[in-house]
Design a protein around this ligand. Structure first.
Ligand code: ATP
Length: 542
């Protein structure tokens, strides 16, 4: 039976990744370890570029976001407060026939590791009861390995941001609305790691927690909460406004993130959206929009359109996280807002009563859903609502949370393209070009002396390499025919190559100190002055 096309496409990508050093199986020489992947020389560069671009866009280019780099092991209390100890689990089932282990919500999608062709069918009929399986990896801190020393490898980077919220806000001298960004490793003992680096057990996340005022506070200060606007795809990004409530901020961050993806070569047509239904949403979340990428393995809808799989989730998480840490740590997580205090004093009684009541209801609901008894919940909610008049509240949060590895896979799948050429003797050859956006491409420019046995050409080429190196990742290659060398760079996804030839040295005086510049995507060539080369490249790779 022929392989489905999407599997073939994934196989080609996986094989290119190994052959060219993008991604290797972890511990390969020992037979590998399921759900773990290593990034080779090209993959490591690609990944660095992606993280660097995210960091640039989300922190350095904004006044309202500060960065954080927290530890992977933290106090286990953090994971009790966040709810991960109690509820971060997947339903696991075993197949009685093949002893394969699956996620109960995904049996239709996966094949058995042992008998791929038959087992999916058999599992449908012969599964064990689903059991909750906590996805957090455990370890012990300190030498005794007792229950008190139990710690978890973080399953997400976000919680450290909440735990350090006050420290960051004070040291960065920020005021709500503002965000805290973090990039780092996360670990989940996934029941069924699959689809290459899409779902692995060790991966990286790029997360922003953007803290905002509750809608009641916006209303107290500005009279009303702005209705969210959705800018057209070609119109400039929206400027955040002081009267934005959670809906406008949520919409804004979805749009910002889509623009980020476009800026690194993922066209809007390659993306999709899934707005979580009330049944899918966590009890504390107001909304969550998943940004999807149409991967080769993504399923199709009834009309045959590819739906896509989650690249990033943008969630409006209310004030749940800070409230939980306040309750569990006993440390106040609220902020003081002078503007609110002043505005509250001037509100007509009817308005302040209405806002008080709504804030009180929200706080009480949160407390009840978090297991607090009715009476203390009502007392606490009253205190919280009374805080508004003093300018106090617990910030809400919008969380754009993206996976580095899923983005790498999206970039690889998006870049992969094949051309088959047949020579005069009828021999055909298929060549791969990785059409990465120059911003993410692992190597920015290949520097190629036309001939390696001409010392003057080689010397000039090395000079160019050394002049460019401090500015970008350069690959110097003198081995093999020029056509072969171009092909190697096409496969690595290098957007530009420069060739140093006899004209560079002045054989044709008009071309002295110029090089041939070749474009990866269409093979076009032009002549460029060496003196202009660096700025020409920088303008295209940044
Ligand atoms: P999924 O439903 O696919 O398991 P999730 O909704 O649990 O994902 P989040 O907890 O929202 O994911 O994590 C945020 C992001 O982290 C995801 O959008 C994804 O890009 C990335 N991510 C989550 N789990 C994994 C994993 N096992 N391997 C690689 N990336 C992951």
């Amino acid at each position: 039976m022929a392989e489905p096309r999407e599997n073939l496409q994934m196989e080609k990508i996986v094989s290119l990744c190994k052959r060219r050093g993008f991604v290797f199986q972890s511990s390969e020489i020992y037979g590998g370890i399921n759900g773990f992947w290593d990034y080779g020389p090209l993959g490591a560069e690609l990944k660095r570029n992606v993280k660097e671009l995210w960091w640039q866009a989300m922190t350095r280019q904004r006044d309202d976001v500060a960065g954080l780099e927290a530890t992977i092991l933290m106090s286990p209390k953090i994971w009790e407060a966040s709810g991960h100890v109690a509820t971060f689990s997947d339903p696991m089932i075993d197949c009685k026939t093949c002893k394969g282990r699956f996620r109960a919500d995904q049996t239709g999608e996966i094949s058995c590791p042992q008998k791929p062709s038959q087992c999916v069918q058999q599992c449908h009929g012969e599964k064990t009861e689903a059991r909750a399986f906590n996805l957090m990896f455990q370890t012990y801190v300190g030498p005794t390995a007792t229950a008190e020393d139990l710690a978890y490898l973080r399953p997400e980077t976000a919680q450290a941001i909440f735990a350090q919220f006050k420290n960051v806000m004070e040291t960065a001298r920020q005021k709500v609305p503002f965000g805290i960004a973090q990039v780092g490793k996360a670990f989940r003992n996934e029941v069924t790691p699959r689809n290459f680096i899409f779902r692995s057990r060790e991966f990286e996340q790029m997360e922003l927690e953007f803290f905002i005022k509750p809608d009641e506070v916006i209303e107290a200060i500005h009279g009303a909460v702005a209705t969210p606007e959705i800018p057209g795809p070609d119109s400039p990004a929206l400027e955040p406004q002081p009267n934005w409530g959670w809906q406008a901020w949520h919409q804004y961050w979805v749009e910002e993130r889509v623009r980020f993806y476009q800026g690194i070569g993922l066209d809007r047509s390659t993306l999709g959206f899934h707005r979580q239904t009330p049944q899918e949403l966590a009890h504390y979340a107001r909304a969550c929009t998943d940004i999807l990428f149409k991967f080769p393995f993504s399923k199709k809808d009834e009309q045959g359109n590819v739906i896509g799989d989650e690249l990033e989730g943008v969630a409006a998480r209310s004030d749940f996280d800070l409230s939980q840490h306040q309750r569990f740590s006993g440390k106040p997580m609220g902020v003081f807002d002078d503007e609110l205090r002043a505005a509250w004093a001037k509100l007509p009684k009817e308005k302040s009563d209405d806002l008080w009541r709504r804030y009180y209801e929200n706080r009480k609901n949160y407390l009840l859903k978090s297991g607090v008894e009715a009476e203390p919940a009502s007392r606490q909610a009253t205190d919280d609502a009374n805080g508004l008049a003093k300018g106090q509240y617990i910030p809400h949060v919008i969380e754009p949370s993206a996976g580095v590895d899923r983005l790498i896979l999206a970039l690889l799948a998006n870049a992969y393209s094949e051309t088959t050429e047949t020579d005069d003797k009828g021999k055909s050859e298929t060549r791969v070009t990785m059409r990465f956006h120059p911003r993410v491409a692992p190597i920015k420019v290949g520097v190629l002396p036309l001939l390696k046995n001409k010392p003057d050409i080689v010397k000039k080429a090395l000079e160019i390499r050394d002049a460019l190196r401090p500015w970008m990742n350069v690959f110097y290659d003198e081995a093999g025919s020029i056509g072969r060398r171009y092909a190697r760079q096409d496969e690595a996804g290098t957007p530009f190559c420069v060739t140093i030839d006899f004209d560079t040295l002045g054989e044709n005086p008009e071309r002295l100190d110029t090089v041939t510049l070749r474009y990866r995507d269409d093979g076009r060539q032009e002549r460029l002055k060496i003196s202009e080369l660096r700025d020409w490249l920088l303008a295209r790779i940044r």
